[in-house]
Unconditional design. Structure first.
Length: 313
């Protein structure tokens, strides 16, 4: 199976808003009222981050105030930070609902970070969007997608806080890997919600069955991307292109690899001047994978990205 066909054409219009009319604050409030807390950032993320403080430098780089909730944002750095070494940036949970990105970032730190520490400084933000993590949602409570918001004039505090964290090292970062998922809910919920929010018609699509990468169209670094695909293929299957030669609506430029204009789209992976950048996309809804394999795929991708970048310094 190459993809999951959309069921959108059999569904009624999105339940919030008027077709063809962009949302105002009333519709955003209606949408926000539908979001239910389903898991705990404190239990799942904060607790593990705090346990890492015995081995790494752990700090907060901001706080999100979404009354009645407050979320401290955590950054993890390798100890003995050296100014003569380059930096690797690993980000997870920019879309809070993409579970393996969060837990993949944490597991990388727990099991693999120390073996890289003598060669490269590591900076990890494991859960950029904790409100979305708890509600298993793509957006923040203002119905803004943080991963379209990495711009100087951003309205998403999740993106603004991360950019402030990274700003002092923006030109020293060698590699940035941003850990994501593509899920069935992208097609059943999040893309229909986006169309309704913006007052546009919803165009049904398909969800790729397997792992793929999004390279930067301005700096694709195909050998880097291929090295990650090769490593991940030992853990889980790679998404094939469809009959149009596309993956999730974009032409495949190599097996398991598509490309976007990262900076133009305001994507997290385009926020630095790193030589090597990529966005991972795990497919957790495939009958061929487990949650454990999804996390392992993210970890394999991060390790392969660092090894490839370090070999070419």
């Amino acid at each position: 199976m190459t993809s999951t066909p959309s069921q959108s054409n059999t569904r009624s219009p999105y339940p919030i808003g008027t077709p063809g009319v962009p949302w105002g604050e009333t519709e955003r409030a209606q949408w926000r009222a539908r979001q239910v807390r389903q898991r705990s950032y404190a239990d799942d993320v904060e607790r593990r981050v705090q346990q890492l403080a015995t081995r790494f430098d752990v700090s907060t780089y901001g706080q999100l105030d979404y009354p009645p909730d407050r979320y401290p944002l955590y950054a993890i750095r390798t100890r003995n930070w050296r100014d003569d070494l380059p930096i690797a940036l690993i980000t997870g949970g920019v879309h809070g609902y993409e579970t393996s990105g969060v837990h993949g970032a944490l597991r990388f730190v727990e099991r693999h970070a120390e073996r890289f520490a003598a060669r490269i400084n590591l900076l990890i933000a494991p859960c950029v969007s904790p409100w979305g993590y708890e509600r298993i949602n793509r957006w923040n409570p203002n119905a803004i997608d943080p991963n379209r918001s990495f711009r100087d004039s951003t309205d998403a505090e999740e993106a603004a806080a991360l950019m402030r964290l990274v700003a002092p090292w923006r030109d020293r970062i060698l590699v940035h890997i941003d850990l994501h998922e593509t899920t069935d809910s992208d097609e059943t919920e999040f893309r229909p919600a986006l169309a309704a929010r913006d007052g546009k018609p919803f165009e049904p699509g398909t969800i790729p069955d397997g792992f793929y990468l999004v390279a930067d169209a301005e700096n694709p670094q195909l050998e880097f991307q291929r090295a990650i695909i090769e490593a991940v293929s030992k853990v889980t299957h790679i998404a094939p292109a469809d009959e149009k030669g596309e993956i999730f609506g974009s032409p495949a430029i190599a097996p398991g690899i598509i490309q976007y204009e990262l900076r133009k789209l305001g994507l997290c992976a385009g926020m630095t001047n790193a030589r090597f950048t990529t966005t991972t996309e795990v497919y957790p809804d495939s009958p061929r994978v487990t949650a454990e394999q999804c996390i392992a795929a993210q970890v394999a991708a991060a390790c392969a990205a660092l090894e490839h970048a370090l070999a070419r310094m």
